[in-house]
Write a protein that binds this ligand. Structure first.
Ligand code: GLU
Length: 469
């Protein structure tokens, strides 16, 4: 039986969780869920200058909103310093690493000389134990610790997204694993963590492909086989350029604020570079059931606002009205509306779910149920003519006692139109203008049913809607 899957998401808290990061988290999470594995959250906060508590919180909030629950962690690398120091000491003792006393000036000079010769700048191994034998460490220089990378051969892995990737060891420097002040470096901490956390699969952005051979060499030096790697391609903006603020390089939580459902966001992120046949609309559970690494595309995917909006509407249609109403409620409140003064959010959601793409749009479209609107005078003047004003006056009376439901309203509207020699829209449009301030509303009988008798009648006789000959 294969070892149980253990997978981690390891964000650096140097900014919010943007779409690319969220997609990486989603793929890792779904892989763990698909194989009933363990999803570990690790916060890689060793870059003390750029890591912030605010960013950590933003990452946790984004994951919570998307429903990406983790089984272990969050583990903070800053809390694991003693462990990294212990491994550095062990590697020194075993000859896997060594102290390098090269000063920054010397390193710069070496680089310049190499570049002048047209060579790629790289450390020349001068403090490797075999080269430093008998050399006294210079006074006053605090050494860095370097990993002794193999000199020859290749380091290769079968990337689950990109296929076989191979690097020659001669391309790789002896990596600094601890700085002069003793703080361990990024590539080293990742390996220690992945070993200690018994990680079996690493899914991460392909900006890490160049780190992977270095990490694999450290794994092997420490006596461990590296995990399976899957490097996922970048998410590009709509224009095929790197994501910018304009299109998606914003925090995932901004999509929450903008009225998107987390299940739609998951669906959208999942389709950025992954596909399951022709399935376009699916639930987080279906995604977990279907997800595997083989179906990830090796080429970059593009963000697409229209698709996100379409998916959001599809997911709004799928939710039971009452549930959608609960999701809508905070957006009505943010519009400053008192929900107690109008229909239940569930009823509103039922009415609008086919017509709008986001919860904000739904809340805005539903404003007139909770607060009176002032219809545009030009719209009213255009819609109200002597013939339909008379029909509206008659309806105003009829509405006083009419049983207040869709059928009777529908029948009353059609009757009034017929009696006055009008087509039904010639009555329905002016009523829309008067009660909702717009001609584009859902079915008018449904709107009036929800709006209620009193508000309907009061708005039908608004000042300014009289016909002036
Ligand atoms: N902390 C790295 C990042 O945010 C991820 C490292 C990894 O997954 O190995 O890009």
């Amino acid at each position: 039986m294969p070892a149980p899957v253990r997978i981690r998401f390891a964000p650096s808290p140097t900014g919010f969780l943007h779409l690319g990061g969220a997609r990486t988290a989603l793929f890792a999470w779904a892989y763990a869920r698909h194989f009933q594995g363990t999803f570990v959250l690790r916060i890689e906060d060793t870059d003390r200058e750029r890591s912030t508590q605010v960013a950590t919180q933003a990452i946790l909030d984004s994951m919570a909103w998307l429903g990406l629950d983790y089984d272990e962690g969050p583990f903070y690398q800053m809390e694991r310093m003693p462990r990294y120091r212990e491994v550095v000491a062990d590697m020194l003792a075993r000859g896997l690493a060594y102290r390098c006393y090269m000063s920054t000036e010397e390193l710069d000079a070496l680089r310049e000389a190499q570049m002048a010769r047209g060579e790629k700048p790289r450390y020349d191994g001068r403090w490797r134990p075999e080269n430093a034998a008998g050399k006294a460490p210079p006074a006053g220089v605090v050494p860095v610790i370097r990993f002794r990378n193999p000199d020859s051969g290749t380091v290769a892995w079968d990337d689950r997204v990109k296929g076989r990737i191979e690097f020659a060891n001669t391309e790789l420097d002896d990596l600094v694993i601890a700085r002069p002040d003793g703080t361990p470096t990024y590539n080293f901490c990742v390996v220690v963590d992945d070993i200690d956390m018994r990680i079996t699969h690493v899914i991460r952005g392909d900006d890490h492909v160049n780190n992977t051979p270095r990490q694999i060499n450290i794994f092997r030096a420490l006596g461990y086989e590296p995990p399976v790697f899957a490097h996922v391609p970048t998410v590009l903006g709509e224009d095929g350029q790197k994501l910018s603020k304009r299109h998606g390089a914003v925090s995932v939580t901004e999509y929450d604020v903008a009225g998107y459902l987390p299940e739609a966001m998951i669906n959208f992120l999942a389709r950025l570079g992954w596909a399951h046949g022709n399935d376009e609309v699916f639930s987080p559970q279906e995604f977990c059931d279907w997800f595997d690494l083989d179906a990830i595309s090796p080429s970059p995917s593009r963000f697409n606002t229209d698709k996100l909006r379409w998916l959001n509407q599809e997911h709004m249609k799928r939710l039971p009205s009452e549930e959608l109403g609960w999701r809508l409620l905070p957006f009505l409140e943010k519009e400053g509306l008192d929900v107690a003064t109008g229909p239940t959010p569930g009823a509103v959601a039922e009415l609008f779910r086919e017509r709008v793409a986001t919860l904000i749009e739904m809340a805005q479209a539903a404003r007139f149920f909770y607060t009176d609107i002032t219809p545009d005078a030009a719209l009213v003047a255009e819609q109200i003519q002597p013939a339909n004003r008379a029909a509206l006056d008659e309806l105003h009376k009829v509405f006083e006692t009419l049983p207040w439901n869709r059928e009777s309203l529908n029948a009353a509207l059609k009757n009034a139109a017929q009696r006055h020699g009008l087509k039904p829209p010639q009555i329905m449009m002016p009523i829309r203008a008067l009660v909702a301030g717009t001609l584009s509303t859902p079915a008018i009988d449904a709107v009036l049913t929800l709006l209620g008798r009193e508000k309907t009648r009061a708005r039908m006789q608004r000042p300014g809607s009289e016909v002036v000959d």
